[in-house]
Design a binder for this molecule. Sequence first.
Ligand SMILES: *[C@@H]1O[C@H](CO)[C@@H](O)[C@H](O)[C@H]1NC(C)=O
Ligand SMILES: *[C@@H]1O[C@H](CO)[C@@H](O)[C@H](O)[C@H]1NC(C)=O
Length: 147
Amino acid sequence: MAILYALVARGSVVLAEFTAASTNASAIAKQLLEKTTGDNDINVSYSQDRYIFHVKRTDGLTVLCMADESAGRRIPFVFLEDMHQRFVRSYGRAVLSALPYAMNDEFSRVLSQQMEYYSNDPNADRINRIRGEMNQAGFQCLKLVFC
Ligand SMILES: *[C@@H]1O[C@H](CO)[C@@H](O)[C@H](O)[C@H]1NC(C)=O
Ligand SMILES: *[C@@H]1O[C@H](CO)[C@@H](O)[C@H](O)[C@H]1NC(C)=O
């Protein structure tokens, strides 16, 4: 698996999460939510040991994942974008007032399935292409690796 952990949150309120391997990803992810407060849209990546945490916030909804370094950046961000759209499509305005883990039962299954799908994307190992795309505008890299 290239993508090992994912969550969806409003601010620091986690609405759903799924972990595919026993790591402390969940604890680190929650620290990152605290660190990336605000309302502006962001696309950022943080390195932690040999893993990268990718964070995408759009319209106040944050989708975050932890992936292997080798997964690059394109696939994790396509995954995050897909999860954002599915979440908004499924829950609409309920997202604005949902309690912690309100969508977890249902959406953790979606996260799990799509983590597996994107981890097995045949394009995932095209490093050169990924490197090229990582230099595009709109991405901010912190502490990191490829930038
Ligand atoms: C997570 O585990 C790594 C080692 O595997 C450690 O370096 C790091 O400090 C831990 N982070 C937290 C938040 O527990
Ligand atoms: C984040 O990335 C998306 C593409 O996935 C792009 O449309 C958006 O403009 C970016 N936003 C910021 C603030 O970089």
